[in-house]
Design a binder for this molecule. Structure first.
Ligand SMILES: Cc1cc2nc3c(=O)[nH]c(=O)nc-3n(C[C@H](O)[C@H](O)[C@H](O)COP(=O)(O)OP(=O)(O)OC[C@H]3O[C@@H](n4cnc5c(N)ncnc54)[C@H](O)[C@@H]3O)c2cc1C
Ligand code: SF4
Length: 249
């Protein structure tokens, strides 16, 4: 997907996000369905800990080693960050997810696929048992659509996002007239930043608006004991990505 000329031309943000997934070898084997449905990377969950998500009675990360964990949406229940790089862009682009199972077929918005810990801490997706994703569907891109994905990670080799942002914005006469902003590495689900959207909608991306949007990106954040550094990352990447869109880079 990262090398598809069609995707690169019509949805450059999606191509960019696919190119950020793991390594070329893993990407050549992996699928979008698997990328959306992959299990959390939390080291307690993957280790010998019976945490809430595995049916135990506590989250070990909330008061433990939480430097890579969520700053939004954890509600002190479970602080995984959603691991997928493609999910935030698919949500920014308002993709539809086609599902099939023993009770037939259904289609949902990608934003309805993911489940917050406060809804059900034992699952990551709204798929029923025996359901699978068959394909995803994107709306045709608007002529004035700008899409982008930016990911910050701890090292330049393959790694999951410490912080990321997917933008899909329609720009007319230098103003943002429509679109979505979705954060990755931020929350147990791809995290739509309505706060940033509210600041930029209808506005020109001048210095004042970009500064306000950067501040809005961290409104309502609830960093844990070891991950407040993410606040600076999110502020920085929102600022830089909006500047890039303003300068048509
Ligand atoms: C070392 C390493 C680094 C990685 N780094 C990143 C990264 O930086 N960013 C990133 O986004 N991803 C990353 N990944 C994830 C990886 O690239 C794949 O996207 C992911 O493992 C899914 O692979 P897969 O399609 O083979 O699915 P599987 O590994 O086969 O499945 C993953 C899960 O999804 C379920 N599943 C698979 N397909 C479907 C379907 N169609 N419908 C419903 N459920 C399904 C499976 O049951 C399983 O629970 C990394 C993986 C590894 C091993
Ligand atoms: S963050 Fe979630 S997966 Fe990790 S220890 Fe807490 S409950 Fe378990």
């Amino acid at each position: 997907m990262s090398e598809s000329s069609v995707i690169r031309k019509k949805y450059p943000g999606l191509a960019a996000s696919a190119g950020e997934v793991a390594s070329p070898q893993l990407r050549n084997q992996g699928t979008i369905g698997g990328n959306l449905c992959q299990k959390p990377r939390c080291w307690y969950y993957r280790g010998e800990f019976d945490c809430l998500r595995k049916g135990g009675d506590k989250c070990y990360a909330i008061d433990g080693e939480n430097q890579f964990h969520a700053i939004f949406g954890h509600e002190d229940i479970c602080a995984i960050t959603h691991p997928s790089d493609t999910a935030p862009v698919l949500e920014a682009l308002n993709a539809r997810i086609h599902i099939t199972g023993e009770n037939g077929q259904r289609t949902i918005s990608v934003s309805d696929l993911f489940v917050l810990p406060s809804e059900n801490v034992m699952v990551e997706t709204a798929l029923e048992v025996n359901e699978i994703i068959t394909h995803t569907q994107l709306p045709p891109p608007a002529a004035n659509l700008r899409s982008a994905y930016r990911k910050v990670r701890a090292r330049r080799a393959w790694d999951f996002a410490l912080a990321g942002v997917a933008l899909a914005l329609e720009i007319e006469d230098d103003r943002v007239i429509n679109g979505r902003v979705v954060l990755s590495g931020a929350a147990p689900v791809p995290w739509r930043s309505y706060q940033v959207e509210n600041v930029i909608m209808g506005k020109k991306l001048d210095g004042k608006t970009i500064a306000e949007a950067s501040q809005a990106a961290i409104e309502g954040a609830e960093p844990l004991s070891e991950n407040a550094y993410k606040l600076f990352l999110f502020k920085g990447i929102i600022e830089e990505e909006l500047e890039a869109i303003k300068n048509n880079k």
